[in-house]
Design a protein around this ligand. Structure first.
Ligand code: NAD
Length: 329
């Protein structure tokens, strides 16, 4: 595999899935060969062209309509896994219901496929479900890296690095700002964010129609203010031995009507050094970097790292806080 391009599949072809396809256009080490969405999939071992695929998805509603390479299917993920030759998948799927990603993982395990899976899961309870699949993933020969988006993901990994200066960690505080031009480009992301608001939960947000989401956003002027979110950064940092999960907080502001970030995204790690000094490291993302750039870039960095682990027969579940992403050329 060293000289050959890594064959990539993207499951879910919404906002993040399409951005992932665009990112791969710029990469020489990876090639997009497979995508799947709710109604179908497209597969070409020679590579899929996002310039052809994305317009078809927008006009027809599914990659399954792509001439020559598209297939319509109600069971697109299972069909694609069984018919394609893919080294690693980025799971850009909604986690609605909150058990969906674990269900998809079980599908991979029972299919006999071997390779690398990467997700951008957000909720602690979703990562906990995957932890229960640790042994099954190992036995199946799958290397699965979870929590590999922006938060959790890039910012959790940054916290893991920042922690090294300290003898004791007191607090990890993640604050994110997201600006998107319209919520419909990232329906699952926005629904899942709404699910974190005090008067909502995952099932309620999942059952909302697009019109209901629209009406809700009208009331908030398109802004979502999120505090003390159930985010897997906490369990990931706990598993990495950095601090107790109660010391990690995540919150942010999402503007669904303006691509400009409402606030800068950052992670602050506060601790005590071996000399007894209390200090804070801050890692701030550039305001021009979009959610899609920070999530998908990170996911492919981890997918690349996962490929190296897989080649060394290291299988099972890993998190973004315990592995270094490897930049993809
Ligand atoms: P989206 O709504 O834009 O797209 C979802 C895609 O999944 C669509 O193509 C849809 O057809 C497909 N899909 C849905 N059900 C399917 C099924 N059963 N089989 C096959 N395909 C199916 O989603 P999005 O806004 O791009 O978000 C994707 C995920 O990324 C969400 O879970 C979101 O929470 C997560 N996310 C994570 C981070 C992070 O930093 N960790 C940031 C943003 C988004």
């Amino acid at each position: 595999m060293t000289n050959k391009k890594i064959k990539i599949g993207v499951l879910g072809f919404g906002g993040l899935g399409q951005a992932a396809a665009r990112i791969l256009q710029l990469k020489s080490e990876m090639s997009l060969v497979a995508v799947a969405d709710h109604q179908g999939y497209a597969y070409n071992p020679e590579g899929l062209d996002p310039d052809a695929l994305i317009p078809v998805y927008h006009q027809e509603g599914s990659s399954g309509y792509l001439p020559k390479f598209g297939v319509l299917s109600d069971n697109s993920i299972a069909d694609l896994i069984s018919k394609s030759d893919v080294d690693g998948y980025f799971l850009a799927l909604p986690n609605l219901p909150n058990t969906f990603m674990a269900d998809v993982t079980r599908q991979f395990i029972s299919s006999g496929w071997q390779g690398v899976l990467v997700d951008a899961l957000k909720r602690t309870s979703a990562v906990e479900q995957l932890l229960q699949l640790q042994d099954s993933l190992s036995k199946a020969g799958i290397t699965y890296l979870t929590g590999c988006g922006a938060t959790p993901g890039l910012l959790t990994a940054a916290a893991s690095i920042a922690a090294q200066s300290f003898a004791e960690i007191h607090q990890v505080k993640i604050t994110f700002g997201v600006g998107i031009a319209n919520w419909e480009a990232y329906r699952a992301t926005i629904r899942e964010d709404i699910a974190h608001l005090p008067e909502f939960d995952v099932d309620k947000a999942k059952s909302m129609t697009d019109e209901e989401v629209e009406a809700f956003l009208d009331k908030t002027n398109g802004i979502l203010t999120l505090e003390n979110m159930e985010h897997a950064d906490d369990i990931m940092l706990e598993l990495a031995g950095i601090c107790h999960r109660s010391q990690v907080t995540v919150g942010g502001i999402v503007d669904t009507r303006n691509p400009k970030k409402p606030i800068s995204t950052n992670v602050k790690v506060t601790g005590r050094t071996f000399e007894g000094k209390i200090s804070t490291h801050t890692f701030t993302l550039g305001d021009e970097t979009s959610m899609a750039a920070n999530v998908c870039g990170t996911a492919f960095g981890y997918l690349n790292a996962g490929i190296k682990l897989h080649q060394r027969h290291l299988h099972g579940l890993f998190t973004a806080a315990e592995i270094m992403p490897l930049f993809v050329k």
